[in-house]
Every structure is written in C-alpha cells, then in structure tokens.
Design a protein around this ligand. Structure first.
Ligand code: ADP
Length: 446
C-alpha cells in the first residue's frame, strides 16, 4: 500500500478522497490555490501546499507545480478526483515517469476513451450498440449534410473532445445545419482548443443511463447496477438516482452484462463510467465513457454499502478487487446537486456563506467542503454540496430527500434547493415518469 496520497483537486471531492485515504491509514497532502488557503480540504489534510493563484490554469491544472508538490512532500500516489486533470492522459504518464502511482486508469485507456468519436468506434468493436451517426470526425458541411440526410433529422453535433455539455448542438431541419455546424465548431474550439465534431442522430425521448465499472490490474472487471441521470438542465445532471425507475430487471441484467463484457474487452482498470442513451423502446446506445470517478458515485456506494474510492486506491496499489459481480444492492438512493445559483433564473450566486445548517439522520449523506464563513468563488464550480438519501424504497428515498432539503439552511448565497423541492413533489417525477426532456417542460410549466 502507499504511504502518502496527494489529492490533485479541491472542494468536496478532494475532501471525500482524503477521508477514504485516511481510513486506509495513508497520510494525505492537499494542494490548494491562493484563495483556497482556508478551504476545508486544505485544512483537514495532513499536509497542504499552495500550487498557484486562483486561475485554474496556473494552479489546479498546473502539472509542473503539482509534481513539485508531490516531490517536496514525498507523496507516493496521486488521486486526480474529477474535472481538472482527471482525464488528461499526460498526467498519468508524467506520474509514471516520476515514479509516483496514479490512482486512475492508465494513459492508454484515457486516450482510447477521451476522443468520443474514437471511443464510439472502439465500443462498436466491443459489441456495444452506438447511436447512428458519423463514424469519424465530420470534415465539412457537405459531409455533414450527407450524414444528416442518411440518419434523418433531428441530429446533434458533438465535440470529439467534449465534456460538460459544451460544443453540442441539436439541428432539427436541414436549413439550420450549416449555421449550427459553425456555432458548435466555435464552441468546441473555445472550450477544448479542438473544433473537431461528429454527428449523431438526436434521440428526443431517451433516458441517460450509466453503468459504473471498476477493474483491477489483474484483469477482473465488474459493472454495477445502473444510475438514472435524465434529470438535467442544459445537458448538466441535476439529480441522479439508482436503480432507474424506468428499467426492469431483465433489461438491467442485459445492459450491465454488456458493459461488463465491453469493459473486460479493453481490460478496463480503475473506476470508470459507461454512459448510454436508452430510447422509449428500451434499446440502449453507448454515448461515451468517463475514465474517472463521477460526481454521482455516492448513490452507487449507498445501495451497495461500499466505498468506491477506497477500492480504487487499493487496486491502484496492486490489490485484487475485493468484491465480485454478484454483490447485492439494498433499496434506493437519490442525489441532489446543490448549486450556488438562483433557482428560477439559474444565474450563478457566488458569495460568502453566512450561516449553514446541513441535514443528517439515518440514510442521509452530505458530501461538501463548505462551512459558515466560506466564500463560493465565481471562478470555480458552483457545486456547494451533494445531498444523498437512501431508503428501502424509491418512495421513501424521495420523502427522506424532501425532508432533508427542507431542513437545509444556507444563508448568504442563493441555491437551487427550491427547484429540487418542487421537482421532488412533482407527480410525474414521483411516479418515475420522466426522460431527458422532462426538465425543459417542467421549467416551462413552472
Ligand atoms: P458531455 O460529455 O458534454 O456531458 P454527453 O455525451 O455525456 O456530453 O451528453 C450529455 C447529455 O446530452 C446526455 O445526457 C443527453 O441528455 C444529451 N445527449 C447527448 N447525445 C444525445 C443524442 N444523440 N440524443 C439526445 N440527447 C443527447
């Protein structure tokens, strides 16, 4: 096992990783940017080291500074969390060259999955169905027109380097194709420095269903019960639950088995998530894979009673997976992402938290790194807390979450808690009757 883990991230995920590392008996090192000096992840680690100013490109994305911090503190492993450097294959390569273990998949897997168009091709080989579309980058508008005609409208342009919903454009008719092509290219270029796009059939009444996998270095891979992530706004997940109310046992077994086989075929290592769209006829299509821990991983932990991060650290140290694929689940779990934003207008609401009362009790988990007096800064993610509820049934998990949110008080900033409360009391949501377009209609009706 390692002796000291450097966590190359900030806020709730950094703190969450520090917690698991300490339970494993590891010493922990936090890195922080200048304004994060008094952040909880820095205060609670065994050691902390400043790696630069507020701007992420000069701190949390600054590989030379992070490697120096690891060297100075003699850390023998690095965990990247999610976001920042988590899916940059250069990071594990540099760690390897420096003799520091990287708690994540090898660079080769990141490269395979990092380019969404290449990942589609690879997963087709692994027998996962993909959404009809271009099998490679769309070079120009002439080619785009041809493919769109073949797969029929509506279609969606997606950035090959995509993430966070950026560089995606839905096109409903041929007359709009050219304009949307150039908008998507510009967006992709601005967000990722790569304007390459591919094209897919747009599936309007679909569900976003994802399957968590974990693999060790000995070739053992297991896939977990699906997470339902169709409650989204602007392609960003807002609330996730597991299991999905839309999926029956037979379909569950089919998709989980398909993912397990696909992940096995590429000898997937570490934590990862395979994302799918599932249409109203219950056909599933591979969308992309994320080669890192997901924001919503706690709901899987809640129904399995396991700690995915601990397991990820152990397998990075060479251990064999400590559980098998027939692990049983218990009940239902829901996560609400509490963001610093106006619940009506979605305008970001950075600022100082003046008073904070977080929920608790049986079946409630709160992943956060905020405290009264802490300032949510505009330059970082607006995620304030992840509130997770688990109960023996979906109905009880919804009630538990509703009560937990009613008992949450955050003064000083606006949050989207009122939006979550109205969602949790919406009859269609309560029936489990929703798809990826649900939120758009829900927000229009409000
Ligand atoms: P990103 O990596 O930018 O988050 P994803 O490929 O994961 O992008 O897609 C994010 C969301 O966009 C999906 O959950 C879904 O709501 C929507 N989406 C993506 N592709 C399609 C498609 N072909 N048809 C309909 N919706 C889509």
């Amino acid at each position: 096992m390692f002796s000291k883990l450097l966590v190359a991230n900030r806020a709730e995920i950094a703190l969450r990783i520090i917690r698991s590392a300490r339970e494993l008996g590891l010493k922990t090192v936090a890195i922080y940017s200048e304004p994060d000096k008094d952040s909880l992840h820095a205060l609670l680690a065994d050691e902390k080291i400043c790696i630069g100013p507020a701007k992420s490109s000069e701190s949390y994305l600054n590989i030379p500074n992070i490697m120096s911090a690891a060297e100075i503190t003699k850390a023998d492993a690095i965990h990247p969390g999610y976001g920042f450097l988590a899916e940059n294959p250069r990071f594990p390569e540099i760690c390897e060259a420096e003799g520091i273990a990287f708690v994540g998949p090898p660079a080769s897997i990141m490269r395979l999955m990092g380019n969404k168009s290449k990942a589609r091709q690879e997963m087709q080989k692994a027998k996962l169905p993909v959404i009809p579309g271009s099998n490679k980058i769309v070079e120009d508008i002439v080619e785009a027109k041809k493919i769109a005609q073949k797969i029929s409208y509506p279609v969606i342009f997606k950035a090959v380097a995509g993430g966070g919903g950026r560089g995606m454009r839905v096109v409903r008719s041929p007359s709009l194709l050219e304009e949307q092509f150039s908008i998507a290219q510009n967006e992709a270029n601005a967000a990722f420095g790569d304007s390459s796009l591919y094209l897919e059939k747009y599936l309007p009444k679909a569900h976003h269903i994802e399957v968590q996998v974990i693999g060790d270095k000995k070739g053992n891979v297991i896939a977990f019960v699906e997470r339902e992530c169709s409650i989204q706004r602007k392609y960003q997940k807002l609330l996730e639950e597991t299991p999905s109310p839309f999926i029956d046992e037979k379909f569950r077994r089919k998709i989980v088995k398909a993912v397990q086989e696909a992940a096995n075929s590429i000898r997937y290592q570490s934590l990862g998530t395979f994302e799918f769209l599932v249409d109203d006829k219950k056909k599933f299509y591979f969308m992309e894979a994320n080669t890192r821990v997901q924001v919503e991983h706690p709901i899987t932990e809640m129904i399995y009673g396991i700690d995915l991060i601990k397991e990820q650290i152990k397998i990075a140290a060479g251990n064999k997976l400590s559980f098998s694929s027939d692990q049983k689940t218990r009940g239902h779990s829901i996560e609400c992402r509490i963001n610093a934003e106006d619940a009506e207008t979605f305008i970001p609401s950075p600022g100082k938290i003046e008073f904070l009362a977080l929920p608790g009790g049986e079946g409630i988990r709160v992943d956060t790194a905020v405290y009264a007096g802490w300032e949510i800064r505009a330059e970082y993610d607006s995620l304030v807390a992840k509130i997770v509820a688990a109960a023996s049934s979906r109905e009880d998990a919804i009630k538990k979450m509703y009560t937990a949110l009613e008992m949450t008080t955050i003064v000083g900033i606006k949050t989207n808690i009122p939006l979550h409360l109205s969602l949790l009391s919406n009859s269609e949501f309560v029936r489990g009757d929703y798809d990826i377009q649900f939120m758009e209609k829900f927000l229009q009706k409000k």
